[in-house]
Design a protein around this ligand. Structure first.
Ligand SMILES: Cc1ncc(COP(=O)(O)OP(=O)(O)O)c(N)n1
Ligand SMILES: Cc1ncsc1CCOP(=O)(O)O
Length: 531
C-alpha cells in the first residue's frame, strides 16, 4: 500500500502536477475517451437517520464532485436521540461487496467508517491487498459523537495492528484517539500533538486528530501530524446542535479531495472548510427531536434561492497561480490575448482571468471564446473581469467583480449556481459580505503598491492577513506581487490564503512562459516548506 499511495504522500502536490498534464476527469487511454470521475468507495455502516455513516459519505462526496460507491458493514437503527441498534453484516457479504466494486469500478480512494469486528477489518485489508487503491482514509468510528460506544476491544486491536499500517490518513476524534491509546487523557493541544505522534507509530502516514470536544477552546482546533510536523489547524466553532455525522463527513470529504488530486494538507483544509460551511448553513435546521441533529450536506445545491450558493466543483486550490491578463501590456510586447493565455498555461498558471479594460465587446467575446477553448484543453478555469455579458456569451467558468461592480447576488442570478464568482475585498467586512452573498473566492489587495490599477488603496500584508483570518472563503492575494515578493505573501501562512494573482509580473515581461514558471516554482517551494 505504501508504494501505491506515494502520489498522496505529504511532500507531493498532485493536483498541481496533474493540472499541467491531462485534467483528472479526462485521464485514460487514447482509446477510452469516456470521462472519468474521481471515485471514493466508502466501507461503513448505514445510518437510518442519514446524518452519518454511508448516507453522509455519499452526500459529502457528491458535494465535492466525486462519485461514491458503498460497501455496507452494518445496519444501524439510530435517530437524533441515540443509537438503538447495530446489526453487523456477515463478513462474506462485506467481502462480496468489496470484490464487486473494487474489481470493476476504478476506485481512487477507500474511506472507512464503522468496521464492526476484527473479521471485517481483516476482510477489508485482504481486499485492499488484492485490489490496491491510491489512498486509504480511515475514520476510526468507535464512539459516536453522541457518546455511544460502537466497537469492541478486539476491533480496536484490529485497527491498531492491521488497518492503520495501511492508512494514508487516520482521523480520530479525542475519544477515539484515547481509545486507540489505551485510555490516554487528552485535554490540551499539546496532549493532542503527543497523541497524534503516538498513533502515527501504528503506521498511518498522517494523523488528523480532531479537537472538536477540547474543553475551554473558542476555536475548533485539529492537529495534523505528518511524521515530521504537527500542524495546528484552527477553524470556527459553529454553535449548533446539528453536528451528527461531522466525523464521517470530514473523512469522506478528505477522501473526495484526495481522489480529485489534492495533497493531504490541501484535502484536509478543503474538507474542514466544507464541513464548516455546511454546519453554518444548517445551524437552524430542524430535523428530529433529539439533542443532536443532522446537517445539510447538499446545501450548495439549493443555495441559489437563498443567495449563498457555491460552485459545487470549484476547487480553491485553483487559486494557486492566478494569471490576470492586461491587453495594454500584451499589445506592448506584441502578443495577442490568446498567445498570452496559452503562454501562461504552458508556464503552469492554475486559473485565468481576462481583464481587458479597453477591448471592444465584439473583439472581447471572440477572444474570450478562443481562450475558453484553450483553457478547457488544459483543464484550467477561465473567468472574465467585470463583464457578466461576455462571460455569459462565451460560457466562461465565472466572473470576477469589484466592490463597485455589479453586486455578487445579481451576478449569481445571471450566471447561475454552477459558475465561479470572485469578489475583490479589502476588509473583513467585505469578506463577510462576499461569503453571505454567495461568492466563491476573494481577491484581496492591493497587497503591495502597483502601477497596473490606478488609485488603488494598498492594504499591505497586515491587511491581507486580517481579511484571510476573518474569511470563510478562500483568498487569493493581488497587487504588486511577483517573483521578488511572492514568497513573503505565501509565508504569511494564513489558512484561507490559497495563492497569488498577478498581472504585470507575467504580462509586462518579454517571456510569459519563463515568468510563469519562475513564479510557480517559488510558490511550490513555499508550499513544500510549509507542509
Ligand atoms: C483575483 C482578482 N482580485 C482582485 C481583482 C480586482 O478586481 P476589481 O476590484 O474589480 O478591479 P478591476 O480588476 O476591475 O480593476 C481582480 N481583477 N482579480
Ligand atoms: C487588478 C488589481 N486589483 C488590485 S491590485 C490590481 C492590479 C494587480 O496588478 P499587478 O499584479 O501588475 O500589480
Amino acid at each position: 500500500m505504501a508504494a501505491l499511495v506515494e502520489l498522496f504522500h505529504f511532500h507531493s502536490s498532485p493536483i498541481l502536477q496533474r493540472r499541467s498534464h491531462v485534467p483528472a476527469a479526462m485521464a485514460g487511454s487514447g482509446e477510452d475517451r469516456r470521462r472519468r470521475m474521481p471515485h471514493v468507495l466508502t466501507v461503513a455502516g448505514s445510518d437510518s437517520g442519514a446524518g452519518a455513516g454511508v448516507q453522509a459519505d455519499i452526500k459529502a462526496c457528491g458535494a465535492a464532485g466525486a462519485y461514491c460507491s458503498s460497501v455496507v458493514t452494518a445496519v444501524t437503527a439510530q435517530n437524533t436521540v441515540s443509537v438503538q441498534g447495530v446489526h453487523p453484516l456477515p463478513e462474506d457479504s462485506v467481502r462480496d461487496q468489496l470484490r464487486s466494486v473494487l474489481s470493476d469500478m476504478a476506485v481512487d480512494v477507500v474511506k472507512t467508517g464503522m468496521l464492526p469486528s476484527p473479521g471485517v477489518i481483516k476482510v477489508l485489508c485482504d481486499s485492499l491487498r488484492e485490489f490496491p487503491v491510491q489512498a486509504l482514509v480511515v475514520d476510526p468510528v468507535m464512539v459516536s459523537t453522541s457518546g455511544d460506544r460502537l466497537t469492541s476491544h478486539s476491533t480496536i486491536a484490529g485497527y491498531r495492528n492491521e488497518l492503520l499500517p495501511m492508512a494514508d490518513i487516520v482521523t480520530p476524534n479525542l475519544k477515539e484517539a484515547s481509545a486507540l491509546l489505551g485510555g490516554m487523557s487528552l485535554v490540551t493541544v499539546a496532549d493532542m500533538c503527543t497523541a497524534a505522534k503516538e498513533i502515527y507509530k501504528f503506521g498511518p502516514r498522517n494523523v488528523l486528530l480532531k479537537g472538536g470536544d477540547l474543553p475551554d477552546s473558542s476555536d475548533a482546533i485539529d492537529v495534523l501530524f505528518d511524521g515530521e510536523n504537527c500542524h495546528e489547524l484552527r477553524g470556527l466553532r459553529i454553535k449548533t446542535r446539528n453536528t451528527h455525522g461531522t466525523g464521517c463527513t470530514l473523512a469522506s470529504s478528505i477522501a473526495a479531495e484526495l481522489a480529485k488530486g489534492s495533497s493531504i494538507l490541501q484535502a484536509v483544509q478543503a474538507a474542514k472548510s466544507y464541513v464548516e460551511s455546511a454546519l453554518h448553513y444548517s445551524k437552524d435546521l430542524a430535523i428530529g427531536h433529539g439533542p443532536q441533529g443532522p446537517f445539510d450536506h447538499l446545501f450548495r445545491l439549493k443555495a441559489h434561492d437563498l443567495n449563498s450558493d457555491r460552485k459545487p466543483s470549484f476547487n480553491a486550490n485553483d487559486l494557486f497561480l492566478y494569471a490576470v491578463t492586461d491587453s495594454g501590456m500584451n499589445k506592448r510586447w506584441g502578443r495577442s490575448i490568446t498567445e498570452a493565455v496559452k503562454a501562461c498555461l504552458d508556464g503552469g498558471a492554475t486559473i485565468i482571468q481576462l481583464r481587458e479594460k479597453e477591448a471592444e465587446t465584439r473583439n472581447f467575446v471572440e477572444a474570450a471564446t478562443m481562450c475558453l477553448e484553450i483553457c478547457l484543453s488544459y483543464g484550467v478555469p477561465l473567468l472574465i473581469n467585470d463583464r457578466v455579458d461576455v462571460a455569459l456569451a462565451c460560457n466562461a467558468d465565472g466572473v470576477h467583480v469589484g466592490q463597485s461592480d455589479m453586486p455578487v447576488s445579481m451576478v449569481r442570478k445571471l450566471i447561475g449556481p454552477g459558475k465561479i464568482i470572485g469578489v475583490s475585498c479589502k476588509t473583513p467586512a467585505h469578506a463577510e459580505k462576499a461569503w453571505a452573498d454567495g461568492a466563491d473566492y476573494i481577491g484581496c489587495g492591493g497587497v503591495f503598491p502597483t502601477n497596473t490599477k490606478a488609485n488603488n488603496l494598498t492594504v499591505g500584508l497586515d491587511g491581507l492577513k486580517a481579511v484571510c483570518l476573518s474569511s470563510k472563503l478562500p483568498v487569493v492575494a493581488i497587487g504588486g506581487i511577483g517573483a521578488g515578493n511572492a514568497r513573503s505573501v505565501m509565508e504569511t501562512g494564513v489558512p484561507k490564503l490559497k495563492g497569488v494573482a498577478v498581472v504585470s509580473a507575467l504580462f509586462d515581461r518579454e517571456c510569459v512562459v519563463t515568468e510563469t514558471r519562475r513564479l510557480r516554482s517559488i510558490l511550490l517551494e513555499v508550499a513544500a516548506a510549509t507542509k
